[in-house]
Design a protein around this ligand. Sequence first.
Ligand SMILES: Cc1cc2nc3c(=O)[nH]c(=O)nc-3n(C[C@H](O)[C@H](O)[C@H](O)COP(=O)(O)OP(=O)(O)OC[C@H]3O[C@@H](n4cnc5c(N)ncnc54)[C@H](O)[C@@H]3O)c2cc1C
Length: 424
Amino acid sequence: MTSATVHSQTSETKPQTGSYLDTLSSSELFGYGVIGLCTLSRPILNLAIKIFPFTPLWMIKLLVYKNYCGGDTIPDVMKTGERLSQRGIRNMMVSYTVEACDGKKMSVSIDTIINETKKSVTDLLVPHTVRMIKEVGVDHINEVPPGYVALKPTGLIENAANILLHYKEPAYQARFKQLYDTCVDIIAECESANAALLKQYPTRKAPFICAIVDAERNDLQQAVYKLQRDLYARFNKEESVVVGTMQMYLKESSPNLLKEDEYARKGGYKIGWKLVRGAYIHSEPDRGVIQDTKSDTDANYNSGIKNTLANMCSKSPTVGHLVVASHNADTQRMASDLLDKITDPGVKANVVQAQLLGMGDNITYYLIKHRNAKNLIKYVPWGPPLETKEYLLRRLQENGDAVRADSGWPLVKGVVKSLFRKVF
Ligand SMILES: Cc1cc2nc3c(=O)[nH]c(=O)nc-3n(C[C@H](O)[C@H](O)[C@H](O)COP(=O)(O)OP(=O)(O)OC[C@H]3O[C@@H](n4cnc5c(N)ncnc54)[C@H](O)[C@@H]3O)c2cc1C
């Protein structure tokens, strides 16, 4: 496919939400019923956000936890992976979720976070991916997306925000190097798993396991770009094992994509991108860094996808892997249209569509049922319940738009109808 084809018009097919609720378990449906009630109106959602921190953990676990979190332990997340695979979602982007950014007290140590993150590669993503390959059969091996381990820089070192803010200053350089070394240790697990699995399955065209660097609030991002660039240079000589993130709501994002392209060309390595719109709009103190309007963000995001796919399909690509991480129906429809035109199986295997667990389930359903999407994953946070509660609150605050787009009365009614169908 040429870049001209990538830039050509997309089809007008509209996503149909269909009966995506029928694919969920009764307890997940119950959780969505609760979300529907919390999102009946903006004031009700604001009230839910306000009382959320005071809601006892047992109640959260009973009501909505399973909808958004993979579990407390690796065996729990393994079961979540099985549940997702029954819906046609064959892999996960797992994130041991701890919000350690500003040096606040955590319920686990940094060493535990690092060890659990490594174990999530060896004891979770590798066996799950192998299981999925066995399920689809080796002839369809490239229809199993990679398993991703998310590296959230602010969760991997004490006092992370300060280190990231001052990473160029001599007093902080050793700590920044320590953060880099920690990431290297975790990615080395992915690299050796990929090497072993490739011997077993030589027809595979994408990494089996990728490490993905999450994007943070804007003032920390310059350091995160540097970190992900150093990791590309170290690990991505052959393929994009390391995937970075670009937040397309930032005005600097499109020039940044071009700049990173130039660095990769000079450095002789491959880039991997997870393109997101960006989750920190509500807490960003400098509104000037963000696109002026939502439609500017949408246009910038969509052109980021088109340009990245064109790069991947070109004669000398610098981008080796792309994750289209969005709940936006128009964006995912456009990405599917473009993917349909790609004939190179190596490129096809390296483009993955993604949503957060518990969000955009109608989009996920549309992609599976109506667009025959195979390379599709869910971002699955997991870890100590106290910390995942913080994650849930962030999701409610930051993704209020996504929550409301498919919620309120329509969701409550849909849940009741679906539960009724299950019983009778
Ligand atoms: C798999 C996955 C991984 C993710 N990882 C990250 C990550 O590492 N870092 C991160 O920051 N986010 C991450 N996100 C969240 C993401 O950035 C978005 O917040 C979320 O997906 C909602 O955007 P959307 O593309 O689904 O589309 P929509 O719901 O259509 O768009 C909502 C988004 O549009 C933008 N927006 C809204 N109003 C305006 C406005 N007035 N002006 C300009 N822009 C506006 C904001 O970015 C907002 O979040 C991830 C999402 C997914 C699905």
